[in-house]
Design a protein around this ligand. Structure first.
Ligand SMILES: Nc1ncnc2c1ncn2[C@@H]1O[C@H](COP(=O)(O)OP(=O)(O)O)[C@@H](O)[C@H]1O
Ligand SMILES: [Mg+2]
Length: 238
């Protein structure tokens, strides 16, 4: 979506103001109504892949626990840049709208706190304003109950979304049962993220899984990125 900035870039001699075209960023929100649903892990991995693809990406941490912010502080200086800010949820809507409209970014990824019901009005507005929402969940049935309940609210807001299964154990019976339940409840990202110990290492190192050579979760997240970038209209994710 191309928007004309109210800021004139300068005055051309006798030619009137030069108005600079500012392209608004795409807004991706990662949410679920539970803690431990892999929201932060997803937000940071997609941001890393986008940054490697040359996309100007900003991350926003709405969680008072600041897990994403702590990870970002550990990020090695030589790694592709991700702009980051921590924002209290109660102030988030205006500040995220300003970030999206600033023209400084192609993509803004928002990581949300657990218990989205703590700020229902702000969260509903956030998903409404998002170009796409990823609703993350593990494969256990209590997690599915919770995320499916949240998806009904997201859907009522008219937001575009898909479920993302994370920390999966593909050889367990409840894996295919979980996929079946989610497909019945709404769109399901065709890639899921396996449970692997390397995720904890990337947390400590401030990197994404694709920044560890040969990492299998990195491959999983690349698949998720291909799907999400297409949904966002950011190309085919290659
Ligand atoms: N694919 C995965 N494999 C193994 N551990 C994971 C994976 N994804 C997340 N974790 C771990 O699960 C925990 C919760 O993940 P996190 O992304 O912080 O969830 P949330 O932000 O939803 O609370 C963290 O300790 C994280 O390292
Ligand atoms: Mg988190």
């Amino acid at each position: 979506m191309q928007e004309l900035s109210a800021r004139a870039a300068g005055q051309g001699a006798g030619r009137g103001p030069i108005v600079q075209a500012v392209r608004a960023a795409k807004l991706l929100t990662v949410s679920s109504s539970k803690g431990g649903a892999c929201k932060t892990t997803t937000a940071r991995n997609l941001a890393v892949i986008a940054a490697h693809a040359g996309i100007r990406v900003a991350t926003v941490d709405l969680d008072a626990q600041q897990t994403l912010t702590i990870w970002h502080k550990r990020r090695p200086g030589a790694a592709p840049a991700i702009d980051h800010r921590a924002i209290p949820t109660r102030d988030c809507n205006d500040r995220i709208a300003a970030l999206v409209a600033s023209g400084g970014f192609d993509l803004v990824i928002v990581d949300t706190p657990p218990g989205v019901e703590g700020y229902p009005a702000e969260m509903r507005m956030l998903v409404r304003k998002s170009h796409f929402c990823l609703l993350t969940t593990q494969q256990q049935s209590a997690d599915l109950d919770s995320v499916i309940g949240w998806s009904e609210i997201v859907r009522r807001e008219g937001a575009r979304f898909a479920f993302l299964l994370s920390r999966t154990f593909r050889n367990r019976r409840n894996y295919s049962e979980a996929k079946q339940r989610l497909i019945e409840a709404g769109p399901l990202c065709p890639f899921d993220i396996r449970d692997l110990a390397s995720v904890d290492r990337t947390d400590k190192l401030g990197v994404g899984n694709i920044e560890i050579r040969g990492d299998l979760c990195g491959e999983d997240f690349k698949g998720v990125w291909r799907y999400v970038s297409r949904e966002l209209g950011l190309g085919d994710g290659e």
